[in-house]
Design a protein around this ligand. Structure first.
Ligand code: ARG
Length: 406
């Protein structure tokens, strides 16, 4: 007697995207209490820094039945960032999409862990106002239409204070470090800062908002030169030294950041219809895309280059909107990869007190022909032929002018 009741039905499981912060820690307990689920916590390493083993231990301590750290830096760099470089991906022409690019990868890993641990549910810590909830959920459903998604932060009505109360009541360790006044998201490709005083778009961001870049006025007094080698549109070496792309991005982040380069302050159109003021730091992303664009200027045929701008804009928008796992993105990648066959060579960057300028470039695929371009001796351009070209090229406007311009 009594034995039967003690045999517990196995509970359903939820895989949670876990950061180790207050919200996702509270979410572990909250999912147990409100959904009666076992929680599998997953922390994905995409170069955000911090002690991920400690984060895994914390998840277990708070009550996760299983916790995993997945090192995805290489995949992130090779399968996501490299494509973004080839596409010169900048949302609204400025934001290099660090957060946006990471979401489909994190969601994919979550789905894989869900499959491996028999979880029918997946959860994330995003609120209902941001882009990230969209990116996570769209990706997870694209990869596993059967998954049920829970967004605790969209359901609970905690403030920071009541979340801390809840944490105390449930023995959830509260971060001892002084809470930053900002909401920060960081990875290998850059850092995003929101909230607090930054919500006033007129106020200049205080220095404490920055973490990857020094104040440009305090940057070294001598410029730093850096040569970036590209193969098929992907950076493969710095100052002639070959290295894997994760190391390369790390190094460029450091060099550019030390020179105060990589800060952005923009008002951005979120997918959910809100305009938000965003502070970004993306030293490597902005420097490498600038170098890559410059090499394309030298190696791509004009019509191809101009058409590619249209593709780049669409591609960036798709990343921002969370549409990574889509047939359109695959097709655009095929186009972009075709263009990158000739994007080989070296670009010389000069960092100086917050600026990054291209000061030299060379390529085995260069279309720059000095004999055609020169104004000095040795000019091979067919000057006489230009008169006929101009005549025919302008014929349509000449005809219009004759009829309508009085
Ligand atoms: N606005 C950026 C994006 O949608 C960053 C969002 C996450 N940033 C944050 N500070 N929590 O990609």
């Amino acid at each position: 007697m009594g034995q039967v009741g003690s045999i517990r039905e196995p509970k359903d499981r939820v895989v949670l995207a876990y950061s180790g912060g207050l919200d996702t820690s509270v979410a572990i307990k909250w999912l147990q209490e409100n959904y009666d689920l076992e929680v599998v916590a997953v922390a994905v390493d995409i170069g955000q820094g911090g002690d991920l083993d400690a984060i895994r231990d914390k998840a277990l301590k708070v009550g996760a039945v299983h916790a995993e750290v997945v090192d995805a830096k290489k995949t992130f760099a090779e399968k996501y960032i490299a494509r973004a470089i080839k596409a010169n991906a900048l949302y609204e022409g400025q934001y290099p999409l660090a957060t946006a690019l990471s979401r489909p990868l994190i969601a994919k890993i979550l789905i894989e862990v869900a499959q491996g641990t028999g979880a029918a549910y997946a959860a994330h810590g995003c609120t209902g106002k941001g882009n990230d909830q969209v990116r996570f959920e769209v990706t997870m459903r694209a990869l596993n239409p059967g998954i049920t998604i829970i967004a605790p932060a969209r359901e609970w009505d905690f403030t920071r204070e009541t979340a801390i109360e809840y944490a105390k009541e449930h023995n959830i360790p509260i971060p001892i470090t002084k809470k930053s006044p900002y909401s920060i998201d960081e990875n290998l490709w850059g850092r995003s800062v929101e909230c607090g005083i930054l919500e006033d778009p007129w106020i200049e961001p205080p220095e404490d908002a920055y973490g990857m870049t020094v104040d440009p006025t305090k940057a070294p007094d001598d410029p730093t030169y850096l040569e970036v080698t590209f193969e098929h549109g992907v950076p493969v070496a710095l100052n002639d030294e070959s290295m894997d792309i994760v190391t390369l991005i790390d190094k460029v982040n450091k060099i550019a950041g030390e020179n105060g380069f990589g800060r952005l302050d923009k008002v951005e159109n979120r997918l959910v219809g809100i305009k938000s003021r965003e502070i970004y730091e993306a030293p490597a992303a902005l420097a490498l895309i600038k170098a890559h664009q410059d090499l394309e200027d030298m190696t791509l045929d004009r019509d191809l280059a101009h058409y590619k701008y249209l593709v780049e804009q669409k591609y960036s928008e798709m990343i921002y909107y969370g549409l990574w796992f889509s047939p359109l993105r695959d097709a655009l990648d095929a186009f972009i990869n075709e263009t990158q066959k000739v994007v080989n060579g070296v670009v010389r960057l000069k960092f100086y007190k917050g600026s990054c300028k291209v000061v030299g470039r060379r390529s085995p695929n260069s279309l720059y022909d000095r004999e055609l371009a020169t104004y000095e001796a040795g000019d091979t351009f067919a000057h006489q032929a230009a008169a006929g070209f101009n005549k025919i090229f302008g014929l349509g406007l000449e005809t219009w002018g004759r009829k309508y311009r009085k």
